[in-house]
Design a protein around this ligand. Structure first.
Ligand SMILES: Nc1ncnc2c1ncn2[C@@H]1O[C@H](COP(=O)(O)OP(=O)(O)O)[C@@H](O)[C@H]1O
Ligand SMILES: [Mg+2]
Length: 174
């Protein structure tokens, strides 16, 4: 499957949120977003941005304890926000509670700690790895798998969010 990678660094939580918001405007039901990164890397902040872009007005909180939160946007798009952090056998437990049932055409699924359930993820997906650089800076490595996500990522990579987002690489790989 064709992949495309775009890397940027954000200088603030707001800048990370702004990239998420741009993505949220473009997402459609059926999309799957895999977020990877340590505690405090910014996965929930990014998801809050996505929700904002989707037009979800209620506060998005971390689903660390409830495992999955569900939000509905005014235009009918549905955001499922899952978190695998607290699970010990994450794949088996997420399978048991039906995470894969949420990878369907009528919902958007965002998964924090997605690297813990790689075997459950669809091959076509957008993967975002967040790395802590210092108190206010994070590196976001965004990897699109499949034509639909490549198109999405290209659009985000071209967007001016109003925040300084230095672009580091822009790599298309076979
Ligand atoms: N550039 C940045 N991007 C994202 N979060 C940042 C950034 N700089 C500082 N932060 C702070 O880092 C924390 C990230 O927390 P959170 O999104 O809950 O992380 P995670 O969900 O990955 O555990 C927040 O307190 C946020 O304000
Ligand atoms: Mg989180």
């Amino acid at each position: 499957m064709e992949t495309y990678e775009w890397t940027c660094e954000t200088e603030s939580a707001e800048a990370t949120r702004a990239i998420g918001a741009r993505l949220g405007q473009l997402l459609r039901n059926g999309d799957v977003l895999a977020l990877i990164g340590d505690l405090g890397a910014g996965k929930t902040v990014f998801t809050q941005g996505v929700a904002e872009g989707l037009g979800i007005r209620v506060p998005v909180t971390s689903p660390t304890f409830v495992l999955i939160n569900c939000y509905r946007a005014a235009d009918g798009r549905v955001l499922q926000h899952a978190d695998c952090y607290r699970l010990t056998a994450a794949s088996a437990e997420m399978w048991d509670i039906g995470l894969t049932d949420l990878m369907v055409d009528d919902q958007i699924l965002i998964i924090e700690w997605a690297d813990r359930i790689l075997d459950l993820l669809p091959t076509a997906r957008l993967e975002i790895s967040l790395t802590y650089l210092d108190a206010n800076r994070r590196r976001l490595v965004c990897r699109a798998h499949g034509a639909h996500y490549i198109e999405l990522l290209r659009q985000i990579a071209c967007t001016d969010t109003g925040h300084t987002v230095p672009e580091l690489t822009d790599v298309a790989c076979a």
